[in-house]
Write a protein that binds this ligand. Sequence first.
Ligand SMILES: *Cc1c(COP(=O)(O)O)cnc(C)c1O
Length: 402
Amino acid sequence: MKNTRIYLDNNATTPCDPRVIEAMLPYFYEKPGNAASRNHPFGWEAEEAVDQARQQIARLLQADSKEIVFTSGATEADNLALKGIFELYRRKGQHIISVTTEHKAVLDTCKHLEKLGASITLLEVSTDGLIDLGQLEAAIRPDTILVSVMWANNETGVIQPMAAIGEICARHGIFFFSDATQAVGKIPCHPRENGIHLMAFSAHKMYGPKGVGALYVSNQNPRVKLAAQMDGGGHERGMRSGTLNVPGIVGFGKAAALAGEEMQEEAKRLGRLRDHFESVVRAQLEEVYINGSTRHRMPHVTNLSFRHVEGETLMMTFNQTMAVSSGSACTSASLDPSHVLVALGLSDDMAHAALRISLGRFTTAEDVERAIEAIAKGVRQLRAESPVWEMFKDGIDLESIG
Ligand SMILES: *Cc1c(COP(=O)(O)O)cnc(C)c1O
């Protein structure tokens, strides 16, 4: 990106790749058809473009193109999977298992289903952010219909053991849904190979446009059925009505094709930059902690806590020139510590002391050097002004005093 500002918040959203934009452009004016218009060439042209995108996405997932249901994004795909399964299978059982570190789109949908009579078990994670497979198996009941575990966490990048979870679900005859929004396009994500029956993901997290996503729905062995959450023209094999976002879907397809070609190299390059970032920051500053597993982690993400430094305040020292995320979540009136970091066992203070840095396709080595400099400068400055840090350095541990 030709921009003097540095963007290191790629887990919030990625820039749309210029090659994706180029692929989308004809579908706004020159090729305006509705993919559901079956009786003229404008419609056929749009339908062909959607078919091609569906195939490009299916190829990335090693899936069949019939297994891709387009939505407005991952939030909608999460809602469709959870509500769609619950509505159709609740006579069989009303118990759903998920995890405390899931995205709000999953957690809040589970809360909604609870009001409708669902029983929800949220598995806890260990300090590395991983679920315990024994605990998962122990949580399964005769009325369990669905297990929902995200592939990679948006805040820490921690990757759950998908194949092992899929194996447990298969053994118990339970559907396995994964919110794979942070993993698709970055690492290989093949649902069938991992025993996943439903999988949500989104274009704007993989260098495609905002406002388009998909739900993978297994079409055979087993064939999964869903109750539609949007009634209307019966698009997407009846699972999601509404005129398809043709330009968005074309861009999504192009983004998937590019990811297939480039993810391996990209992951290596970003992994090297991330590791360099972590090692230099931790060499330059004391009391910096990596949150979550460093072994089972996405290559482009790091989540660091800087003891006795408020992440939000640290961000304000470089906000004008560099974008990252903090370990605090904005709620109505106050800043709450991230539910993900708290679930890893961090104190509220250490969660508020966190920054999430997520690199992306357009991050350069120079960006990373500048980020190291800005963060080190900000941390030193805030600690120099901090009586709490001074006491800590004098051996007075406020946290143990309480
Ligand atoms: C971004 C994100 C979502 C929401 O995706 P949208 O397409 O913005 O609705 C859901 N889950 C995870 C893990 C995400 O990172």
